[in-house]
Design a protein around this ligand. Structure first.
Ligand code: ADP
Ligand code: ZN
Ligand code: ZN
Length: 720
């Protein structure tokens, strides 16, 4: 037969191969020779005839399809919508272990069984009490997974050999059975759902496509609603996928899933090893687990019978992938729910404007949680940095508030979204500023490790003692990062325990989890953190949140700047006073008159965001129009720009109702040795936009010299 295969190459086409197969090969992997390489492709289609005469032979690697039908369609949708090479999309959707050109066999488990004549053995061995009791237990459980039985009866291992030697206990390799939790009795809830929560749960109909926005401030009880919904889906014998942000997977969340549902589930994130990922993949595919919780790539878990998808913190940036295949897992998840005809729930205290727009257009259903289940919304105090006394970036007002809080034995969070000690080192005499050569971006000072580091490529060098340009020793550090705030607060409050939450300090999930534990155990007084601190942890003892140096984003030209800062302000301030009535938020800014500081605290995010939406409509920005970004990168600045200009001039765009900006350098104009330029395409018509992007991508492939790379991003979120 002739098959069309998606092959992991940067090309956009599918390729025809000759295949000999007894089974329906669609969704199976094949080994193909492509150019001079052997690659693993995925069969998308069986066709009658090929345009090409001499077809190469493909070799079937699987005995059953790896991709389910919805996954095949999802992959094709991603390739088409995001203008991504289809072979790379399918490769991305496979677990690492299946990207190798090796046959795949589902892993089996070792089960224990008893020989038929075990009752005879029992008669003859009455005196061996321990063994008899084990065999009697086995008789009630067989067949049972060996690991499970060992868990139940820890003395089994001591007698295992002897029982095997007698031939009474035997091993059988078999696949785990699918599970069904439709009859499962869930533990009693530690609370009763309030009216809004109950309404939200009842508003979602199973077995039909819908998107619902669960909008509620932090602590309003969204997680409680998710878990209640999981129960309903499980009761139908179906499975659930919950997507969470990169660092939103906290032990607290996992604990709650365990205690409220008491079911097996698997967790998939970047630090889970490849064996475990494959196990999770198999468990979902064969329905031996009813619930998968995971970060972005967990969207590509195959399910036997998926009944609902939930996306927690739907506004979170980590749902967008910005390399190889540039896609949004948030939007692709909606597509998957649509393909499967199942409901999808988006949860957030600060939904993105695109989502709110879809609520207004009645494409999504709105489920609001307005009562805070526990605690109250904290008060905001705005400090005018132009008027206040500032020491090391911290105002007297904030210092006083910190002092009062730690005296009450309560905890403080100080948010600053910049790592390191200081973002700028400058020579007072000649104005020299150290830059990364690969990125043309100033290096961040790290004082403890006495180094300068690039936050874009990881380059680092020793911190100089004097200016390499004029030899003067008058190097001054301007501005602050987490490390400097940490030192300043440690100096100001020498008895306080200060902990730092950022990627430099907490390098992996374990370090992060331990830090969270310390905070919950009350071992910490002051927490200094970046964005990392903004994700749904339930820190009950935090009653003060200070936000320093947040103005940066307001200087940017990003039309989403206000939306993003509003989200951050709400998320971070939501950490304060979750459990007591006197939560306090202190915000330092040079723009105290900005609506973000005057209107947002009065109106709350929901209303403020809807006002922003009106502005977007007025200025004809997304979500009222659609955008695509097209970027060109090369190692020679002039050559890259010239090639880009030549490409744009060669296009005939007259027939497309699409606006195109001039060519701009990115705000980080050189990154990892590549100079970067972009244009933004914008249109009221999605169709026209996609057509023009298609045309542009084709022209780029034909026009641009091979050393110059290019890509597009649909619905771009950042323009850095
Ligand atoms: P969110 O996910 O919106 O931040 P959670 O679901 O985590 O909110 O709820 C916040 C806290 O309130 C949790 O400690 C949870 O156990 C508790 N909670 C949730 N719903 C209720 C309720 N109906 N009654 C009492 N407590 C509740
Ligand atoms: Zn100098
Ligand atoms: Zn760099």
């Amino acid at each position: 037969m002739i098959v069309q295969v998606a092959i992991p190459s940067p090309l956009y086409a599918v390729f025809d191969y000759e295949l000999t197969s007894d089974i329906e090969p669609i969704g199976c992997r094949v080994k193909v020779s492509f150019g001079r390489q052997n690659l693993v492709g995925v069969v998308l289609k069986v066709i009658e005839q090929s345009e090409y005469k001499k077809l190469k032979k493909a070799e079937l690697l699987d005995t059953a399809p790896i991709f389910t039908e919805d996954m095949l369609k999802l992959g094709q949708w991603i390739a088409e919508y995001y203008h991504a090479p289809i072979g790379l999309v399918f490769r991305m959707m496979l677990p690492q272990k299946l990207r190798k050109s090796e046959p795949y066999e589902r892993s089996s488990e070792t089960y224990l069984t008893l020989s038929d004549d075990f009752s005879v053995w029992l008669e003859e061995n009455r005196n061996k009490k321990a063994r008899v009791s084990l065999v009697e237990q086995l008789a009630e459980h067989v067949p049972i997974e060996r690991s499970q039985f060992c868990g139940l009866f820890s003395n089994f291992k001591a007698h295992e050999k002897a029982l095997m030697a007698d031939g009474i206990v035997q091993y059988v390799e078999q696949y785990p059975e699918p599970v069904d939790f439709s009859e499962h009795v869930f533990p009693a809830l530690p609370y009763t759902l309030n009216d809004e929560q109950q309404k939200a749960v009842d508003a979602i109909t199973l077995n039909q496509f819908s998107v619902s926005l669960l909008e509620g401030v932090t602590g309003s009880g969204k997680t409680a609603v998710y878990l209640e919904l999981v129960k309903r889906v499980l009761a139908k014998g179906q499975q659930v996928l919950i997507l969470v942000p990169e660092i939103g997977l906290t032990p607290q969340f996992i604990e709650r899933v365990k205690s409220i549902l008491n079911i097996p589930f698997v967790v998939v994130h970047s630090e889970v090893n490849e064996n475990q990922k494959l196990q999770a993949w198999e468990a979902a595919k064969h329905h031996t687990v009813p619930l998968v919780i995971g970060t972005r790539s967990a969207l590509f878990t195959p399910f036997d019978h998926l009944g609902m998808i939930m996306i927690d913190e739907e506004h979170d940036g980590s749902y967008r992938q910005r390399d190889t295949v540039r896609y949004s897992a948030h939007d692709a998840a909606i597509q998957r729910a649509h393909l499967l005809k199942i409901p999808l729930v988006l949860g957030s205290a600060t939904p993105i404007l695109e989502t709110l727009h879809n609520v207004e257009r009645e494409r999504y259903q709105l489920l609001s949680l307005n009562e805070r289940a526990k605690g109250q919304i904290p008060n905001w105090q705005i400090i005018d940095m132009n008027e206040s006394m500032i020491m090391d970036g911290i105002s007297v007002e904030l210092l006083n508030a910190i002092e009062a809080t730690i005296e009450r034995k309560e905890q403080v969070i100080i948010y600053i979204n910049r790592r390191g000690y200081s973002p700028v080192l400058m020579c007072e005499v000649c104005g020299w500023v150290p830059e990364c050569k690969a990125c043309e971006y100033r290096l961040t000072v790290y004082r403890k490790s006495h180094s300068l580091r690039c936050h874009h490529c990881g380059y680092s060098e020793a911190l100089p003692n004097k200016c390499p340009s004029c030899n003067n020793a008058l190097l001054k550090m301007h501005g602050q990062g987490t490390e400097r705030i940490e030192k300043a607060l440690q100096d100001a409050f020498p008895k306080a325990n200060v902990i730092r939450f950022d990627r430099d300090q907490l390098k992996n999930k374990t370090a992060f989890e331990n830090a969270v534990k310390d905070v919950i155990a009350g071992k910490v007084d002051i927490i200094i953190g970046t964005q990392m601190i903004a994700k749904g942890h339930d820190f009950d003892k935090v009653t003060l949140v200070g936000m320093v140096d947040i103005d940066g984003i307001l200087y940017s030209s990003d039309f989403r700047a206000e939306e993003k800062l509003a989200q951050t302000l709400m998320q971070v301030s939501g950490r304060s006073g979750r459990d007591v009535s006197h939560g306090q938020v202190v915000i330092q800014t040079h723009f105290p008159e900005h609506p973000l500081f005057t209107e947002l605290p009065q109106q709350g995010y929901a209303k403020f965001a809807r006002n922003l939406l009106e502005q977007r409509q007025h200025f004809e920005f997304p979500p009222y129009e659609y955008q695509a970004l097209f970027q060109v990168e090369g190692q020679n600045e002039q050559e890259t720009l010239k090639a880009f200009e030549g490409l744009m001039q060669s296009l005939d765009c007259r027939d497309y109702p699409v606006g195109i900006t001039p060519i701009y350098p990115n705000s980080l104009s050189k990154r990892q040795n590549y100079y970067r330029f972009y244009v933004v395409l914008q249109s009221k018509s999605r169709k026209a936009l996609h057509q023009l992007v298609h045309y542009l991508m084709q022209s780029a492939a034909n026009h641009l010299p091979s050393q110059i790379r290019h890509f597009c991003e649909i619905d771009p979120w950042d323009f850095d």
